[in-house]
Design a protein around this ligand. Structure first.
Ligand code: NDP
Length: 445
């Protein structure tokens, strides 16, 4: 373990003030001792030293003018982490909490997630500390145009293909694509994914992360002798991942009783009306507490991440990193929750994960459970290359089969490496080996 510990210590030393990145690296590295024991050649080739260092990091100024004519300046990032198995691929996040450490943790996670999809995509991530909340469409457009005016130099269909993430949905992707096309004077549809359907987007991409999350959860809980049918479900967040997770849960017979945003959560014992959530969040961009105005039977509770106090059978954290801590995990367990599947990236703290594993809660880690989004982005890239579109049913069937394969591969890896019920270990190991083998084949680059 001392070799692995040295790697972790080096990362902490070389990347000061980036706790989320340290956390993501530590979790993966601690899983890899079993792999290193079987493959000492990885040590000689410096695979671990190289895999924790991004291939390239770009930081840039993003100036724009607000509706009052005031000049504003944000910071933009793109971290191109690994191109071992394909062009860099990963979303762009716009949120005031964004700084280099967040983008590096997300880019690092993305390397293994993308490998798990079985598609030829490397790992990267980008973003800005820009807050789209409360901004007009004009302000968001001007910001996106300025962001792309620098980013375009670093991306391309065979180089790096960004997509959405927190604060970046179809509106933002549309503005960024428009600016890229204008600068390049070329309609390169494969340069961004999550595009609108009428200009190169893929059916099911919008739904993919949430649907995929539920497909893999369904497999995991069936293997554990349980069912989604009749389950009471709590989902944090009310963004892209949360909404389509809720839609698929309802289709498979579960009842979603609570959802949240960064101000608080709503509890509706009869089951949340998803059309109201979609109208409030996707169309009107309002706060979730407005739900109570439309459905007075519901309760609204203030407080970020207080949603975990709602008793449930299955919990889907779908908001952001470290939103579910040890106390919340203990509350979920005490209330009888039997499964947790991560829609967000790294939503459970390491202490929370320990609580779940030691209480035999079925646990699907984000890098496997939310991989349906990027997998469908890769399907969007394939359709763009063919200049052809598949039907909703065709893409959905492919997504389902990708999630089934991920579940099979991570549970097989967990078993093979001696930790049958630990899908975290399975996901880290299965994701890592493919990237490591590609790095071995390509020499010291
Ligand atoms: P959205 O911006 O669509 O929604 C995010 C939701 O989470 C909102 O309800 C938001 O509340 C809440 N939230 C975000 N940040 C915070 C915070 N710091 N504190 C409290 N609440 C917060 O994002 P997505 O649904 O796209 O992403 C959610 C998670 O899923 C992220 O971790 C992302 O990395 C991950 N993910 C997304 C994929 C995708 O395809 N979109 C793919 C794979 C993973 P509010 O509106 O109040 O800010």
């Amino acid at each position: 373990m001392s070799y692995i510990k040295d790697i972790i210590n080096q990362v902490i030393e070389n990347n000061p003030g980036e706790p989320e990145f340290h956390q993501a690296v530590t979790e993966v590295m601690e899983s890899l001792q079993v792999v290193i024991d079987k493959h000492p050649e990885y040590i000689k080739a410096g695979i671990l030293e190289r895999i924790v260092e991004p291939e390239r990091q770009v930081i840039f100024r993003v100036p724009w003018v607000d509706d009052q004519g005031k000049v504003r300046v944000n910071r933009g990032f793109r971290v191109q982490f690994s191109s071992a198995i394909g062009p860099y691929k990963g979303g762009i996040r716009f949120h005031p909490s964004v700084y280099l450490g967040i983008i590096k943790f997300l880019g690092f996670e993305q390397v293994f997630k993308n490998s798990l999809t079985g598609m030829p995509i490397g790992g990267g991530k980008g973003g800005s500390n820009f807050d789209p909340k409360g901004k007009s469409d004009g302000e968001v457009m001007r910001f996106c145009q300025s962001f792309m005016t620098e980013l375009y130099r670093h991306i391309g269909a065979d180089i790096d293909v960004p997509a959405g993430d927190i604060g970046v949905g179809s509106r933002e992707i549309g503005y960024m694509f428009g600016q890229y096309k204008r600068i390049r004077n070329s309609f390169e549809s494969g340069v961004l994914t999550g595009k609108g359907l009428i200009y190169g987007g893929s059916l099911v991409r919008k739904e993919a992360t949430g649907y995929g999350l539920v497909y893999i959860t369904d497999q995991m809980i069936k293997a554990g002798g349980k069912s989604l049918e009749g389950a009471r479900v709590v989902i944090s967040g009310s963004g892209n991942v949360a909404i389509y997770c809720a839609e698929k849960v309802a289709q498979l017979g579960g009842t979603v009783i609570a959802m949240s945003d960064s101000n608080g959560y709503i509890y509706d014992s009869e089951g949340i009306d998803l059309d109201t959530i979609k109208q409030l969040k996707e169309v009107e961009r309002k706060r979730i507490k407005e739900y109570k105005e439309i459905h007075p039977r519901a309760e609204y509770h203030e407080g970020t991440f207080s949603i975990w106090e709602v008793p449930c059978d299955i919990a889907f954290p779908c908001a952001t990193q470290n939103e579910l801590d040890e106390k919340a995990a203990k509350t979920l367990v005490a209330n009888g929750c039997f499964a947790v599947a991560e829609g967000a990236n790294m939503p459970s703290t390491p202490e929370a994960v320990d609580v779940f594993l030691s209480n035999n809660v079925l646990f699907a880690p984000g890098k496997a459970a939310n991989a349906g989004g990027v997998a469908t982005s890769a399907l969007e890239m394939a359709q763009n290359s063919m200049r052809y579109s598949w039907s909703f049913e065709e893409v959905d069937a492919r997504l389902k089969s990708i999630m089934t394969n991920i579940y099979r591969n991570i549970s097989t890896a967990a078993r093979e490496y001696g930790h049958e019920d630990n899908l975290i270990l399975g996901a880290n190991v299965a994701g890592f080996i493919k990237v490591a083998e590609a790095m071995m084949a390509q020499g010291i680059v």
